[in-house]
Write a new protein. Structure first.
Length: 289
């Protein structure tokens, strides 16, 4: 066996085909790598409480969640960086003043108002009616967990916010007006029209959490592999010795990774693991150049 490696995997568009399916090869890659002594961690923008059970059931050595606000290794909590209450209140005020749909994530759950949940459901229904089964996973709507009522959220436990607006420049405007305090990236919910974004505290990213996990384990970043398809994966690519974009990622994101594997529907995780020696076997479909 080659020297043990550590891999960090995004969920939506990497492990999970945006709420639709998990390739058998992906399960085989993760379980096979762990069986031979490699470490595999989830690295997602989702709240821990919103990770689909079929993903958790694969088995992992730990996780980075909420875009880096939380991280675990085994049963240990390595990172727990919630937003200050005043920062959450500033975001809520901004969203309401700009008439934006939004929801807040704690580590345990997603919180949205009933009106926002209803509108999100309607938007997803309109998308599905207009597009049917997508040809590419990045064009599919995200699997949205049922939210708890926003009125019940503990403002001292918020880890991340997600917002949606009808204008194409919604994210760019938020970056300009809020960016000094917050880390804001385009979201990965390709809903009909407008734009959406994710907000955490500045300095809180998947990359910062990975550095904490590696420090906790006493591992060097040069041996780490990070695989993802969304803009919140950029810092993961930067921190890990090898950053790998999925073939279904937009070309602009692929250009920021060290290499590109095949898409989530074309055994992308398996092919990346074979290429880097985490599992033995054949490449199941052509690896993108």
């Amino acid at each position: 066996m080659t020297s043990p490696r550590i891999a960090f995997l995004d969920i939506d568009g990497t492990i999970l085909d945006h709420g639709k399916a998990i390739a058998a090869s992906t399960v085989a890659a993760i379980q096979g790598a762990r069986a031979t002594g490699h470490l595999v961690y989830l690295c997602t923008g989702r709240a821990a409480g919103a990770i689909p059970s079929e993903v958790s059931a694969i088995g992992f050595d730990g996780s980075v969640t909420n875009g880096g606000a939380y991280a675990t290794s085994g049963d240990e909590t390595v990172v727990a960086a919630t937003m200050p209450r005043e920062a959450v209140q500033r975001l809520v005020t901004y969203f309401e003043d700009q008439d934006l749909l939004f929801f807040l994530q704690t580590d345990a759950a997603v919180h949205a108002s009933p009106q926002v949940q209803k509108e999100l459901d309607a938007m997803l229904h309109r998308w599905e009616s207009a597009h049917g089964e997508p040809d590419e996973p990045q064009t599919a709507p995200q699997d949205m967990p049922r939210a708890r009522d926003l009125a019940e959220v503990d403002l001292d436990r918020v880890a991340k916010a997600v917002f949606l607006g009808e204008a194409l420049d919604t994210v760019a405007r938020a970056q300009e007006e809020l960016g000094e305090q917050f880390h804001i990236v385009p979201g990965s919910m390709p809903l009909p029209g407008g734009s959406n974004g994710e907000i955490g505290m500045r300095g809180t990213t998947k990359g910062s959490a990975i550095e904490s996990v590696l420090g906790h384990l006493g591992l060097d970043a040069s041996g780490a592999i990070g695989i993802g398809d969304s803009w919140n994966d950029v810092e993961m690519f930067q921190v890990c010795g090898t950053g790998i974009a999925m073939g279904n990622a937009v070309p602009e994101l692929q250009s920021l990774a060290d290499e590109t594997t095949t898409s989530v529907r074309e055994d992308g995780v398996w092919n990346a693991f074979v290429r880097h020696g985490l599992v033995a076997g054949d490449v199941l479909s052509p690896v993108a150049s």
